[in-house]
Design a binder for this molecule. Structure first.
Ligand code: KG4
Ligand code: ZN
Length: 347
C-alpha cells in the first residue's frame, strides 16, 4: 500500500461523511444521513442538518477507524469540506477536523466539496487523465468543467442559470407526491415509463440561446412545463401517468446534460470525461452519456452510484491528491465558505 493515509470529513449538507484512504485506495467510507428527518419538509432544513451532524460525527469517525483498521495517530493528514454548502452544517465538520488536527498534531486541508465529487472516481478507476472534461450534477450545482489539474486548475465552462439538475428532480418528485429526495425515486419509476410519451422542453438549446449560453443549463422551464402538464391532466380528471411523466422529464434532463457534455469535449478537444455529484448516480444519464461520448471516441469515467452522493471518501481522496501535489496545509483558523467557487480547490 502506498500514499499518505488521509482522513476526510464531509458535512456540507445532510450527510455526515467520514472516509479514510491510503493514496488512491479506499479503506473506509462511513456515511450517516439525516435525510429522513428532512423528508416531511420536502427539502433539507439547515438547523436540523447541523444538529444531526453533531450527533453523528464522533460515531461515524469511530466506525471509519474500525473499518479501516487504523488508529487516529497513524493518519498523515486531515482533509475537510470547507465549502460550498450550508454554513451551520459546514462548521460542524470544520470544528471537528480542526479539533482532531490540533489534538493529534496533524496537518489540516480545507478542500472544495465540488472538486471532491470530481475526484472521487480516482478511488475506483485510478489517476485522472488530464486535461479532461467534467460534469458536476448535484442538488445544488450543475457545472460543466475543464480540468487541467485537479488540485490547481479547474475552469467552469458552464453552469445552470436557475435550478440545479438535482433540484429539478426533487421539485418534480414533490409535485408528483413522491417524497424527498426525488432523484432516486424518479429514476426508478422512469424505468417503467415511455421517455417519448411527452415532449418536454430542452432548456437553452435553441439556436439563439446557444449563442450566449452554449455550455449553460436551465431547468426551471422544464419544471414548470411538467407542473403545467400534470395540473392540466388533473383538472381534466385524467389519471396522471406517473411513470411516463418521470421518463419524459428524465429524458429531457439527460438529453441536455449529455448533448452539452459532448459539445464541451468537441470544442476543447478533450478525450476523457468524468461525472460526479448525486445526479451522476442516475441510470439514464450514465447510459446516454456513455453512448454519446463513445461515438466521439471520448472515454467516460463513472464512479459507482454509492460514491456519487455526498461522502467522506471523496474529501479524503482529494486530500490525498493535494498532499501528493505538495500543496501547503490550510491555516489553523480557516473558516467555512458557503459560496466557495469551484476554482478554489484548497482554502
Ligand atoms: O451530491 P449530492 O448527494 O448532494 C449535494 O451536494 O447536493 O446530490 C443530491 C442530489 C439530490 O437532488 C438527489 O435527488 C439527486 O442528487 N439524486 C439523483 C439520483 N440520486 C440522487 N438524481 C437523479 N437520479 C438519481 N439516481
Ligand atoms: Zn455534493
Amino acid at each position: 500500500m502506498s500514499g499518505p493515509l488521509i482522513l476526510g470529513i464531509e458535512s456540507s449538507c445532510d450527510e455526515t461523511g467520514v472516509g479514510i484512504v491510503r493514496g488512491h485506495q479506499l479503506l473506509a467510507n462511513e456515511v450517516a444521513s439525516s435525510v429522513d428527518q428532512h423528508a416531511r419538509w420536502g427539502g433539507v432544513v439547515p438547523e436540523v442538518a447541523s444538529r444531526a451532524h453533531l450527533q453523528a460525527m464522533v460515531p461515524a469517525l469511530n466506525r471509519a477507524c474500525e473499518k479501516a483498521d487504523v488508529s487516529l495517530d497513524e493518519v498523515d493528514a486531515i482533509a475537510v469540506t470547507a465549502g460550498p454548502g450550508l454554513m451551520g452544517a459546514l462548521v460542524v465538520g470544520l470544528a471537528s477536523a480542526k479539533a482532531l488536527a490540533a489534538a493529534l498534531n496533524k496537518p489540516l486541508y480545507g478542500v472544495n466539496h465540488l472538486v471532491g465529487h470530481v475526484a472521487v472516481d480516482i478511488l475506483e478507476h485510478g489517476p485522472l487523465e488530464q486535461p479532461c472534461g467534467a460534469l458536476l450534477v448535484s442538488g445544488g450545482h450543475t457545472n460543466l468543467l475543464r480540468v487541467d489539474d485537479l488540485t490547481s486548475s479547474i475552469t467552469e465552462v458552464g453552469s445552470t442559470i436557475d435550478d440545479a439538475a438535482g433540484e429539478a428532480y426533487d421539485k418534480v418528485a414533490r409535485l408528483l407526491g413522491l417524497g424527498y429526495p426525488g432523484g432516486p425515486v424518479v429514476d426508478r419509476l422512469a424505468a417503467a415509463g415511455d421517455p417519448r410519451a411527452i415532449a418536454f422542453p430542452r432548456g437553452l438549446t435553441a439556436r439563439h440561446d446557444l449563442e450566449r449560453h452554449r455550455f449553460d443549463f436551465s431547468f426551471s422551464g422544464l419544471k414548470t412545463a411538467v407542473s403545467r402538464w400534470v395540473e392540466t391532466a388533473r383538472l381534466e380528471g385524467r389519471e396522471v401517468p406517473v411513470a411516463d411523466v418521470c421518463a419524459s422529464f428524465q429524458e429531457a434532463v439527460c438529453d441536455v446534460l449529455t448533448a452539452k457534455a459532448v459539445d464541451l469535449c468537441d470544442h476543447h478537444g478533450l478525450e476523457h470525461f468524468v461525472i460526479g455529484g448525486g445526479v451522476a448516480a442516475n441510470s439514464r444519464l450514465r447510459v446516454l452519456l456513455e453512448e454519446r461520448l463513445a461515438e466521439r471516441g471520448v472515454t467516460l469515467r463513472r464512479p459507482r452510484p454509492g460514491l456519487c452522493t455526498d461522502n467522506g471518501a471523496m474529501i479524503a481522496v482529494l486530500g490525498a491528491e493535494v498532499v501528493a501535489a505538495g500543496l501547503p496545509p490550510s491555516a489553523p483558523d480557516l473558516g467555512a465558505d458557503s459560496g466557495l467557487p469551484i476554482s478554489t480547490v484548497l482554502v
